[in-house]
Design a protein around this ligand. Structure first.
Ligand SMILES: CC(C)(COP(=O)(O)OP(=O)(O)OC[C@H]1O[C@@H](n2cnc3c(N)ncnc32)[C@H](O)[C@@H]1OP(=O)(O)O)[C@@H](O)C(=O)NCCC(=O)NCCS
Length: 386
């Protein structure tokens, strides 16, 4: 199989001390287990960890949080650009273009030094939620709400969406969701961001590559597809009829929210999101979306993880990070338009960590080869004679 058809599976492109994704179902950010971070940390602290390589001391975290909050607001000129987008624009297209424009307002534009990159990363991370919230408000025909610098990143994002403070449980749920989505080694969008800056291009260009790559349904768009599936199925008793034919036909049709390029055991992030989905359902007095997802999981397991398939070398299929985050977002009242941008807000931290690592002095441009399989020396026939 060519490496293109093989999707570069298992190809190691370099060394990194940011993140360890283990096929047996473990995930570490800078050596810390994702479950410990989800239990005890905050998204801001995780961003510090990813960028600085260690957990902050109390005063360091306070300064970092303060600096982020001071950068929440976006330039008036950018707001005017966002207002000029067509009403039907896709949220990820709008975000990609918004971030691209934001780069031109950055006082460090043109400076790719490590110090400038850290300042730029901080501005991008602080402003991306504001851009996403503004895009959503404009889509609804509402005026964007200015950020509140007394709120954390997740709480402020929910505030900007609705113009009022969210239930603390929702802010906490989103904060944990951001921690779980922050980083994942050389995933497609992070690889794209690293390739972009390896040429000497700036951090904003890398983020634009990352957003574009993340938007696909095989990557960050999977939570949206998962929720569309849940809505289409609508009730637990319809799950079997919907899922079974997709996995027993001549060619299996992938079920959104399941499968992973690296994990061969359950995705450690999905366990946590599963719990959050159940809890939100119980609090809302409607566990339907959690139950439908859990029922899909059962059928996928029954039809995928059979001794025969596994003995034939097929990979085991389990829920991935998007599987239960879909119902969590939905139960928090977040529009489907926001699902993929939410992933982008969180993953910006990982993209920036990787780009700053990639931009260390001495790194070479990433330039793999393709094996040419076309013809050679074809005779050039004048256009009139073709
Ligand atoms: C994530 C994903 C792109 C990984 O793809 P990959 O590593 O290239 O895996 P493959 O597509 O080669 O699949 C390998 C086998 O597992 C099966 N499989 C993979 N994902 C599956 C899914 N979501 N549902 C059912 N079967 C699946 C494939 O059918 C294939 O089996 P087959 O050879 O019998 O057809 C893939 O699992 C997928 O499309 N998932 C749905 C989208 C999604 O949730 N993406 C978010 C990832 S975090």
């Amino acid at each position: 199989m060519s490496t293109q058809a093989g999707g570069l599976r298992g190809v190691v492109i370099g060394e990194s001390d940011i993140c360890d994704v283990q096929a047996e179902g473990n995930l570490y950010y800078r050596g810390y287990n994702i479950n410990d971070l989800a239990d005890h940390s905050t998204f801001e602290e995780v961003v510090y960890l990813l960028w600085m390589g260690r957990l902050p001391r109390k005063a360091e975290l306070e300064t970092f949080v303060h600096q982020l909050r001071q950068e929440y607001a976006i330039p008036e000129g950018l707001l005017a650009i966002l207002k000029g987008f067509p009403g039907h624009a896709d949220s990820m297209d709008a975000l990609r273009t918004g971030v691209s424009a934001l780069g031109m307002y950055d006082p460090d534009a043109g400076d790719n030094s490590a110090e400038a990159n850290l300042r730029k990363a901080l501005r991008i991370q602080a402003k991306i939620p504001t851009i996403v919230a503004a895009i959503e408000r404009l889509h609804r025909g509402q005026e964007p709400v200015p950020p509140r610098t007394d709120l954390g990143l997740a709480a402020n994002f929910l505030y900007m969406l609705n113009g009022r403070e969210a239930d603390p449980l929702y802010s906490k749920t989103l904060d944990i969701d951001f921690i779980l989505h922050a980083e994942h080694e050389s995933n497609a969008s992070t690889f794209a961001a690293r390739v972009t800056v390896s040429s000497g291009a700036d951090l904003y260009s890398g983020i634009v590559s990352g957003i574009g790559t993340l938007s696909g349904p095989k990557h960050g768009g999977a939570a949206l597809e998962t929720m569309q599936m849940l809505l289409e199925i609508g009730s637990v008793d319809r799950v079997d009829d919907w899922v079974r034919p997709k996995l027993t036909g001549e060619k299996r049709i992938p079920i959104p929210g399941f499968g992973h390029a690296v994990y061969r055991q359950p995705d450690p992030r999905s366990r946590r999101l599963r719990e959050m989905s159940r809890k939100l359902g119980e609090l809302n007095g409607d566990t339907r979306w959690y139950e439908i997802t859990a029922a899909i999981e059962k059928v996928v397991d029954e039809l995928s993880n059979t001794p025969e398939r596994l003995a034939a070398g097929k990979q085991a299929i389990y829920p991935n990070v998007d599987c239960f985050s879909a119902s969590c977002y939905y139960m928090m009242g977040l529009d489907l338009r926001l699902f993929t941008p939410l992933f982008a807000i969180a993953r910006t931290s990982g993209w920036c960590a990787h780009m700053m690592e990639q931009m260390k002095p001495g790194a070479r441009i990433i330039r793999p080869r393709l094996e040419y399989i076309g013809p050679h020396d074809l005779p050039y026939i004048p256009i009139e004679q073709r």
